[in-house]
Design a protein around this ligand. Sequence first.
Ligand code: PLP
Length: 469
Amino acid sequence: MERLVAAQAGDGGGEAPRAAVRRPGEDGDGSRDGSRDGGGGGRRRIPRTDVLLRDPRLEAAARRLGAGLVKAAVRQAQERARAGRIAPEEVADAAAALLPRTAGGLRPVINATGVLLHTNLGRAPLSAAARQAVQDAAGPTDVELDLRTGVRARRGRTALRALRDRVPSAAAAHVVNNGAAALVLAATALAAGREIVISRGEMVEIGDGFRLPDLLVSTGARLREVGTTNRTTAADYAAALGPDTAFVLKVHPSNFRITGFTRSAGVAELAALDVPVVVDIGSGLLAPHPRLPDEPDAETQLRAGAALVTASGDKLLGGPQCGLLLGEEDLVRRLARHPLARALRVDKLTLAALEATLTGPDTPTAAALAADPEQLMRRAGRLAADLGADGIDVRAVPSEATVGGGGAPGVALPSAALSLPEPYAARLRTGATPVVGRLEAGRCLLDLRAVPPEDDERLAGAVRSAAGR
Ligand SMILES: *Cc1c(COP(=O)(O)O)cnc(C)c1O
């Protein structure tokens, strides 16, 4: 029976025999659809998968996205027809409409949260130059080959040179997967079985339950805690040094602030001790930033005497996720030659994006930091006027943005936002161009500081769609 109907419904193609041996209830590719109710009705007329896959739109999509995603869309459309929500003739159109735009599950979104480096939104957005570099490096590339001589060359050498050019006090540089990996590599290569001296005020949880002390101990190093939560002096460090000391670690409290009766020892003071000073600056600032005077930068720390600086590439540096290691030549070489370095190495796409970030024009993160609040307010005013003319309940309001992502805690960046009724938040998130804002006092705020001006039209379009205009 099943075989008969399947053969009837099909066109004699290769799928009918397979449909015939499929067990009842098996979740197949849908080619048995219509075979179950031999008694007629809409269900029998639901087009078979193999027929649908010959639709030119779906054929083209299969070349672009892969057969799996297209079949999934087809199955969903058939399901809708089976449930009586669409007519059998509409299945092909529905499947075409259900196709994902890209093969990846990650959707581009507009970051209107007012948090410049939003961890849940992938931290720093790449510059146009970095995106292009990723595209260029995606195929075969000379990442480890000298094209002139035809022999193997140092992996990522041009990116490393660009990094050293930006941080003149770094004799050497190495790049790993992220800031945490940079710390793990330093602790493993320099301190396994030995002691890392660290202030109790710098035992930081970096987010999602991950704590730097646990990370360091996981390498086999021991922590020698000194001082107190609010006060640690250079003498505290000095008293803790011994034959087992591998290095002194300074960690920038990048996501919290302790104020009041506080004291900490600076790198210059600690550099006078007889052990290397490793500084985890967190944010990846390479040089001082005028707007962020309390945020440490790599060049200043190295000049003050740090032997090694570690940082993230996708925070204030505005590049791809990676971990930077900058410092003395022999130390960096030891890290780069350690077996663990192979497990933490970055791919060519990261190296390409990092180099373009370092040599290219201002990053979107830098532009967002530098944005003038009055200009932001003018943009908000223009957008609000346009959208208001369409009958949308929207106002331009002053707002406060933050750096986020483990940088510049407590720094408020004056900004401007579109204020919309709260229900817009969910509609904007789930629209064709997802926009993520923030809720404040019962309103949905779309903060413009992290939105590049060239995205204003797309933002307005998304608001119109959310309003049903
Ligand atoms: C963010 C941060 C880290 C972790 O860096 P990832 O790149 O997220 O691995 C480590 N230390 C400090 C001080 C940080 O701010």
